[in-house]
Design a protein around this ligand. Structure first.
Ligand code: PMP
Ligand code: GLN
Length: 461
């Protein structure tokens, strides 16, 4: 019979040993020894080691605790387009009760049809909705299925820094070896404002990173957190190396519609010889400003996509039917007006442009040095000129950008994300002077952020 009392004691002790660190485990009594066995046996499996910390979980908790004005995590704080939310309510309350049941595992038929229509136009080839598209639980799952489905033990995967933080653990979970290559700030930028275009990949470094063990490269354009939009020349260089070394290109294009004029988003799958070796990833969360919908997709040639389907069918199996149906309706509407100004894919960047300029100005006024993004809705800024106004010693974190952002959250009431979260350990020092602000926020909240910084600068806080 199970002794519930000792189980409760066990649980309590386990809780204590976790809370107070491993040292207390050594002093356990006989019944407590069991605890230490439990603890020993159920540690995180080795392959996941090193991925325990998440900047998102940490900073969302911080924001719940201190209730700052949150320019940290990337999500809009205003309503999505009305026709998008109308589509969801229409789906939820309409007559077709089947939208509340499981749908086709690799993608809801109405949605894959819409995605195939859209991307066939954009890529300039007929995309087969049945075999060349997979819908997923957010772009996260598309990344996970792509990486798990293609990376084998010992395979090298090139990751361009700064990178969206989940790439590194996902590659390691698959048994792969990440090879990092940082974008570097050009030398001749002093005395003028800096743009994300000033960050470039050193061609020789990149060439040296490819070798016969390279399985894939992960590209993110427009880039999170930098906002860099890769040029045709840069993409062609990456493409040539992928072809030379027979490498898969995993192209994370979740911000494909958020690009500021005169810059243009180029899909690497459209470059000569690249469709055959590219998986491109998108997100409804970014496309329609509904990050909570957690709907993503991957498209690419059937022979590459099948590996993702295998991972997906045995881990997730199928996506959320009503969300996929509503997103299909939203795409169908946009497909009728792709070249019009009102098309959300065209209007979103126009709407964000003044917000981008506004935040750049107030960060500058506060004494920071913002890096003007060419795309996406984040801005990184060099905060180091403000170092003397901040008590970095009051925070315990190893990296200065973590200490700065935590101090600002608690003392100024403004939250940002530390930039080192987007770098590998050896390259984190490159990013310690930078933090990332999200500007897809209501004007009144951006104004309030400006006000908080102004007051702080003038010593009123
Ligand atoms: N890639 C990048 C570059 C991102 O910024 C994000 C964050 N949304 C994702 C992938 C994941 O997207 P989703 O929320 O659709 O899972
Ligand atoms: N992509 C969003 C960002 O960069 C959200 C990330 C997340 O919540 N994991 O802020």
């Amino acid at each position: 019979m199970i002794n519930t009392k000792s189980l409760t004691e066990c649980a309590l002790q386990l809780h204590k040993s976790i809370k107070f660190g491993k040292s207390c485990v050594r002093n356990l009594s006989v019944s407590q020894t069991k605890m230490s066995d439990i603890e020993k046996k159920f540690v995180l499996p080795k392959r996941f080691e090193g991925s325990e910390k998440s900047v998102w979980n940490e900073y969302i908790q911080l924001s719940l605790e201190y209730k700052p004005l949150n320019l940290g995590q990337g999500f809009p704080d205003f309503p999505p387009p009305k026709y998008v939310t109308d589509a969801l309510s229409q789906v939820a309350t309409g007559d077709n009760c089947m939208v509340h049941q499981y749908t086709r595992g690799f993608g809801h038929p109405r949605l894959i049809a819409a995605l195939a229509k859209l991307y066939s136009k954009l890529i300039g080839r007929d995309i087969d909705p049945q075999t060349e598209i997979l819908t997923t639980l957010g772009a996260y799952e598309a990344l996970f299925s792509t990486i798990s489905g293609h990376v084998d033990y010992g395979d090298e995967v090139i990751i361009i820094e700064p990178f969206f933080d989940c790439y590194e653990p996902m590659v390691k979970y698959a048994g792969g070896v990440p090879r990092f290559i940082p974008l570097r700030l050009k030398e001749e930028v002093s005395g003028r404002s800096i743009s994300s275009a000033d960050y470039i990949l050193d061609k020789d470094d990149l060439e040296r990173t490819f070798n016969c063990k390279t399985k894939a490269i992960i590209l993110n354009t427009p880039n999170n957190p930098l906002g860099k939009v890769f040029t045709e020349e840069e993409l062609s260089h990456i493409a040539d190396l992928c072809k030379k070394w027979n490498v898969l290109c995993i192209s994370d294009e979740v911000y494909e519609w958020i690009v500021y004029k005169p810059h243009k988003h180029i899909r690497i799958a459209t470059l000569p010889g690249m469709w055959e070796r590219t998986i491109t990833i998108g997100s409804a969360g970014k496309t329609f400003s509904v990050t909570g919908w957690k709907l993503g997709w991957a498209y690419g040639p059937a022979n590459l996509l099948v590996n993702l389907q295998i991972i997906h069918q045995n881990s997730v199996y199928t996506g959320v039917t009503p969300i996929q149906e509503a997103t299909a309706i939203a795409f169908e509407k946009e497909l009728t007006r792709l070249n019009d100004d009102e098309c959300y894919f065209n209007s979103i960047s126009v709407e964000l442009e003044p917000k981008k300029n506004y935040i750049a100005n107030f960060l500058q006024e506060a004494g920071m040095k913002p890096v003007i993004p060419e795309g996406g809705y984040f801005m990184i800024a060099d905060w180091s000129p403000l170092e003397s106004k901040v008590d970095l010693n009051s925070e315990k974190d190893k990296y200065r950008d973590y200490r700065f952002t935590k101090w600002m959250t608690k003392n100024v009431g403004l939250q940002a994300i530390p930039s080192t979260a987007f770098y590998s350990v050896p390259h984190k020092p490159l990013a310690e002077n930078y933090v990332r602000y999200c500007f897809i926020k209501k004007d009144e909240n951006l104004k309030q952020a400006a006000e908080l910084l102004r007051k702080w600068k003038n010593g009123q806080k």
